[in-house]
Unconditional design. Structure first.
Length: 259
């Protein structure tokens, strides 16, 4: 609806147009077509599908799909690790055994759905008869979900995917990994530290790989007062798969008691 301002009442006002809840004034009020007309006219460039308002709908759709798919998921643990871990390596077999042990303890195993350590954990869970879940991400150098995923969804946006990892998991277990694993690790630690999530253990499996990081956090970050001494308790470093699964189990039972 285009209307002219009453020039006698307020000579400073210029033409105004309302586009739904949006008000357009001055030069922005002049549009050759209406929203309905542009919607129903299929001709012209498709640039509109890349605009921010349209992205909001895509983001909303990712949350709806994720919530819908995972809402009835049983208790679960998320396993992170490098996509570059080669099949048959010691780290791959470690992830495979971890997935099997978590499944045996009654946990669904959630991973990023990719190859390497993620595939190993999904494979171990699937082979043990557990539920193997993959939350993939659109990347230029990865090809979809690994074949051991029983229940999977691909995301466009990292932040939507991260929400699913945290919302539907009761613990994170990190196998050796790179930037992606570190990103998820520290995001989880921040959420626990700030009490955005509770009763949420973060286990680092592999002392040789993770020990240096833990020592730096303890001797530099904590020593300089950047974190409190009790923040170190948010991390559990171990080489023992049984120990890792026990930590996950104990945290879940503690969460159950409070709910």
């Amino acid at each position: 609806m285009l209307r002219m301002a009453d020039q006698n009442a307020d000579p400073q006002r210029l033409p105004e147009k309302q586009r739904g809840p949006v008000v357009l004034r001055r030069s922005r009020s002049i549009e050759p077509t209406t929203t309905d007309q542009r919607l129903l006219d299929s001709r012209g460039p498709a640039d509109w599908v890349h605009t921010d308002p349209w992205r909001v709908l895509r983001i909303q759709a990712e949350f709806v799909e994720g919530f819908g798919m995972l809402a009835e998921l049983p208790r679960a643990a998320t396993v992170f690790g490098s996509a570059r871990t080669p099949p048959g390596s010691a780290e791959y077999e470690l992830g495979r055994e971890l997935g099997a042990r978590l499944a045996g303890a009654g946990f669904a195993v959630i991973t990023g759905g990719g190859p390497g350590a993620m595939e190993a954990a999904n494979r171990g869970a699937s082979e043990a008869g557990g539920l193997s879940v993959g939350l993939g991400i659109e990347l230029p150098f990865e090809q979809g979900l690994n074949p051991w995923v029983d229940l999977g969804i691909n995301f466009r946006y990292f932040f939507a995917r991260k929400t699913m990892f945290v919302k539907y998991s009761q613990a994170f277990v990190c196998l050796p990994g790179g930037f992606g694993t570190l990103d998820e690790l520290f995001e989880a630690l921040v959420l626990v530290q700030t009490k955005k999530v509770t009763k949420f253990p973060v286990v680092l499996l592999g002392t040789e790989y993770w020990g240096g990081l833990y020592d730096w956090i303890a001797t530099t970050v904590q020593r300089d007062g950047k974190i409190s001494p009790r923040d170190l308790d948010l991390l559990h470093v171990t080489d023992d798969i049984d120990d890792a699964v026990d930590v996950v189990n104990e945290a879940y039972h503690a969460w159950e008691e409070t709910h």
